[in-house]
Write a protein that binds this ligand. Structure first.
Ligand code: ADP
Length: 686
């Protein structure tokens, strides 16, 4: 059976078809054999019936003769015999002659049938015939009708026929003791005539009939002439007292049709229908098999996908009972599938003191209040460890479109939260470091910057002292106000540094970038003056959402780098340029971007350095920390913008910050004072 199952389906089909063909061939063959057998049987039966009819007729003749033999004393009454003989001849078409014979065989009286029945040569009848004398003796001996064995009579030089005689002993008179004195009636039948006249007409017309002796000697023929290659033959014995004959009937074998009967035809049709059914079934089976394989593959694929998922999946029915959990969910919570399936709230991974919150949330979900954004929650592993999860809920719809429950995808975000916290800390650290590193530089610039107002204050204070000593109070007022102005100038420098150093959390608020740059100018000027560079501003009024303190820091970082890069170039080339413009999207007028660019004509950046520019701790400066640009990029990413570097065609670098804008139009309108682009060129301070 296994071997059979291992066979190729097509081979199996061929095998099946061959079996069917074989079966049909056998059925046809059996049916033909059966038909032939039926024909044979029918012919045999007809032969038996025909021979029976012949026998019956002969028996009747025998009885008639016996009655006649007993009726009269024929030896005396010769005329009576002639009359009786004529009656018999008239009644039986097979009889050609009737005789009255002595017991010794000598002829007493004979009546011939006359034409058209064949006439026997008289000499043949006068001669003592051996067969007749044997039959005569036994008829007289046993006192009953006896037939002679057939004997041949030559009628003409080219033909004759076999005769058979029926001998019936006459009733012996009392006193006549000697058998030799006995007499008998004899009736002569030519065998061909007996067959031709006494066998049924339909039997004669259908078959070629022959009569033979037991040893096969042909005695007579009658009936239709049959031609052909093969024949159906049947035989029946014709047992007569004194002579045993066999009557044979022969017919040509009919060519039998291959679909000879309704039975066979329906069998063949049934077999054909069966083959078609089997083939259809086979096709259906193959289709089912293919579908099954596809389903299995799909199932395996889904299983593999499910097992490889890191997202936990949990399905609940409409009452909140857990109906499915995937391996990731089990791994996440530490509970096995068996521990979770079929469980209803409260769930084992809920946090005990927050069960109310969990229950409220579950009730909301089961009531259909789910959001696409998902929600955060906290679960507790089997080992007691707690972890943050982000859960997304979606309705579970079955194959017939019925809402059967809820599917949740659960993401363990505890690691993400931890990394976020670390990142935040690192960013704050970076911010502080950057600020402090810049503060060092600024302290130098500031001391230089403060020298001037402090020097002026000292001179004005000395002048005040002199004026007081000389009692000149008039100009004292002007000198004191100059002192105040100078100290205010110094205070402004210090305040700008203080403001810069002050640490704040990252926040998002409306920032007017142009104004911010203007406020930052004293600090930028500090940097610019250090290398006797020129500052060019090209600012459009732009408002963005961001954190002003961080943006200040970014801008100062970029300007500081630009100044550093220009230290080594020709003083004429030392121009720091800051551009701020708004770009309106060509597709959507309500969205656009703001671009803040810091350009210098310094030494520029080699292609090799360009790739590492924003990596932390990349620096080409002897005392550089390499955190500035990396900090700038972090800030820009946090604010949803970006920073990019481009080299300038005439030498130098260009750093462009892009900020997304959502409502650019009203900003320009509300701020009329800055609606015109400013082209301000600031030269060296005096
Ligand atoms: P640091 O200034 O401490 O080196 P940064 O991250 O600010 O760190 O800068 C990294 C490096 O990028 C600098 O060392 C310098 O080689 C290069 N760089 C930054 N800005 C410019 C510029 N405008 N022109 C030329 N090189 C620059």
């Amino acid at each position: 059976m296994k071997r059979l199952a291992a066979l190729k389906p097509s081979l199996l089909m061929v095998l099946l078809a061959t079996l069917f063909a074989g079966l049909i061939a056998i059925v046809l063959w059996l049916s033909r054999a059966y038909e032939q057998q039926a024909l044979q049987t029918a012919q045999e039966q007809q032969t038996r019936q025909a021979v029976q009819a012949l026998r019956t007729h002969l028996s009747e003749t025998e009885m008639g003769l016996q009655l006649a033999a007993q009726r009269g004393s024929w030896l005396e009454n010769r005329e009576g015999f002639v009359d009786t003989a004529k009656q018999f001849i008239a009644a039986d078409a097979a009889i050609v002659r009737m005789e009255l014979r002595h017991g010794n065989g000598s002829l007493i009286q004979a009546v011939d049938a006359g034409p058209p029945r064949p006439a026997l040569p008289p000499e043949a009848r006068l001669r003592q015939n051996f067969e007749t004398s044997v039959a005569l003796r036994s008829a007289i001996e046993f006192d009953r009708p006896v037939y002679s064995r057939p004997y041949y009579v030559q009628l003409s030089p080219d033909g004759g026929f076999e005769l058979i005689e029926l001998l019936v002993p006459l009733r012996n008179d009392p006193g006549e003791n000697e058998k030799s004195q006995a007499a008998a009636l004899a009736v002569v039948f030519p065998m061909p005539r007996l067959l031709a006249t006494q066998l049924p007409a339909n039997f004669l017309s259908r078959y070629e009939i022959s009569a033979t002796e037991a040893d096969g000697t042909l005695i007579a023929r009658a009936g239709a002439a049959v031609r052909g290659e093969s024949f159906v033959t049947s035989a029946a014995p014709l047992d007569l007292p004194g002579a045993s004959l066999i009557i044979r009937a022969r017919s040509a074998q009919q060519a039998l049709a291959w679909v000879p009967s309704v039975l066979t035809a329906s069998l063949v049709l049934l077999a054909l229908a069966l083959i078609i059914c089997v083939q259809l079934l086979w096709r259906h089976l193959r289709l089912r098999l293919a579908t099954e394989v596809a389903l299995r593959e799909q199932h395996a694929f889904r299983k593999a996908m499910e097992d490889s998922l890191v997202t936990g999946l949990r399905a609940r029915d409409l009452r909140g009972t857990t109906t499915y959990v995937n391996p990731a969910f089990c791994a996440m919570t530490g509970y096995t599938e068996n521990e979770l399936l079929g469980r209803s709230p409260p769930m084992p991974y809920w946090i005990a003191e927050r069960i109310d919150e969990h229950e409220r949330r579950t009730a909301q979900i089961l009531a259909g209040q789910v959001t696409r954004e998902g929600y955060e929650s906290e679960f507790q592993r089997k080992n007691g460890e707690r972890f943050n999860v982000l859960i997304f809920e979606a309705p579970l719809i079955d194959g017939s479109g019925q809402h059967t429950g809820w599917m949740s995808s659960v993401v363990d975000v505890s690691e993400t939260r931890r990394i976020e916290a670390i990142n935040r800390k690192q960013f704050e650290q970076l911010q502080t470091n950057t600020r402090l590193s810049m503060l060092g530089e600024m302290a130098t610039a500031m001391s230089h910057e403060l020298n001037q107002p402090l020097g002026a204050i000292t001179s004005y204070a000395a002048a005040c002292e002199n004026l007081l000593a000389q009692q000149q109070l008039g100009p004292l007022q002007g000198a004191l106000s100059a002192i105040r102005q100078q100290s205010e100038r110094a205070g402004q420098v210090i305040r700008s540094v203080q403001a810069f150093v002050k640490h704040r959390e990252v926040e998002r608020m409306s920032v007017e970038l142009d104004r911010m740059i203007e406020r930052l100018l004293p600090l930028i000027q500090l940097q610019v003056r250090r290398v006797q560079a020129r500052l060019e501003l090209d600012l459009q009024p732009v408002t963005i959402l961001g954190d002003e303190t961080l943006l200040e820091q970014v801008l100062l970082n970029l300007t500081r780098n630009a100044i550093d890069a220009m230290q080594a170039v020709d003083p004429v080339r030392r121009v720091l340029r800051i551009e701020l413009r708004e770009i309106v999207s060509a597709i959507d007028s309500t969205s656009g971007a703001a671009e803040l660019s810091v350009l210098d004509q310094g030494q520029g950046i080699s292609a090799e350095h360009e790739a590492k520019l924003f990596s932390p701790f990349f620096s080409t400066k002897a005392a550089g920390l390499g955190v500035g640009l990396s900090f700038c990029r972090s800030v820009m990413e946090r604010l949803g913008g970006q920073i990019a570097y481009a080299s300038r065609s005439g030498g130098g670098s260009c750093f462009v910050m892009t900020f997304p804008l959502t409502k650019p139009a009203p900003l320009a309108a509300t701020r009329t004072n800055l609606s015109q682009p400013q082209h301000e060129s600031i030269g060296f301070p005096d």
